[in-house]
Design a protein around this ligand. Sequence first.
Ligand code: GLY
Ligand code: MN
Ligand code: MN
Length: 460
Amino acid sequence: MQTLGNRQSLAAILKTRRQKLAEQVSCPVILWSGRSSARNFPANVYPFRASSHFLYFAGLPLENAVIRLEAGQLLLFMDDASPDSALWHGESPNRGAIAAEIGADEALPLSELRHWLAGTGTIAVQDPKNYFYQASLLERMLAPATRPQNLDLEVTKAIITLRLSHDQAALAEIRQAAQVSIQAHRAGMAATRNAQIEAAVRAEIEAVFTANQMTCAYGSIVTVHGEVLHNDRYHHALRSGDLLLVDAGAETATGWAADITRTWPVSGQFSPTQRAIYDVVLAAHDACIAAIRPGVEYREIHLLGARMIAAGLIDLGILKGQPDDLVEQDAHALFFPHGIGHLLGLDVHDMEDLGDQAGYAEGRTRSDRFGLGYLRLDRPLQTGMVVTIEPGFYQVPAILNDPERRARYQDVVSWERLTQFSDVRGIRIEDDVLVTTTGSEVLTADLPTTATAIEEIICA
Ligand code: GLY
Ligand code: MN
Ligand code: MN
């Protein structure tokens, strides 16, 4: 398998990416990797994460390094580590060695960068402090990455074009992240019946990432309160009768992500009400994945998922009416308030640092509809894209107890019937799907989704 970890091929992979970039832009491109920031004092820093745009073309998470890309050529600007650094952090390769590894044509100290800035375009980094440092390095003002101007806009569009469809090297990395994430979820499932609190399951999951020299692609969600969509607390007790929602994905050393959610019963057995809703979410998940192929609008996949959720809830007596009408009124969003998924790549929400420029096709903007406003991707699917499919069902008090919404939807929700499903606070099922020339491949398919298969793993 060819991977970015296979150093012999790294330079060749990066060269191809540079050549493709050269076909898309008229100007040289400068990308800065970023710097770590202080956590509570300067010597105690947050783990460094290089800019994803830098990683795409440089392949290595180099700190405080700049690459300049022009007509397929690569210049690397970085300073060699100081003797002090060797004392505290050990020896590191010098810039000449790094340049050879990534196939740079030349390696220069950062101080030389000022001679190479004229007429270049870039992408601003995220962190405000680093953003000002980047502006000083580039000796000009920078608009935020969400609103680039002039050459920066041209560069942003070119990089989006490249990063939307993954090459084989990127896919090899995403597959590795996916396999480790699957192993991690299995470890979490295996640990659940003996765990007392959410944190104990989280520890088992993240231990697998660490043992495989990977990190979390995002803050793991391991919670019996799945209705809190991005829950970041882990202190709750695990009780028989609870569902545990786990959304956790690994990131490879060169930055590529996976993003998987499974929801399982703490006891090893779904209650009849939990299983009924689980099967509604799974039917939506399966139908959406079956609909994926090049040319299909992702928005249509989202609406299909919404109709499937609505239809399932009608069958259970929770919603009343026709699926199409309910989706038209956004009634599905009472229980499925987010989008069906997003792009996946070097970022778990790939290129979301650019706002909606990557997620939304040119000329499209976010809807202000309750049932569409959180859709992160609104483009026709194309071969080589990796997207997530992640339908869910949640009972979010802030939504369901909102007097305005209750009044608006009083005739289409059977509130009394809903009370019988009070042991279902949140269910999500999320897989990572590659768009192929003829359809799709589920990169996370080795982790089962059916209720029965999940019960078997928990009880094994
Ligand atoms: N893990 C965050 C998400 O699924 O979008
Ligand atoms: Mn996701
Ligand atoms: Mn997720």
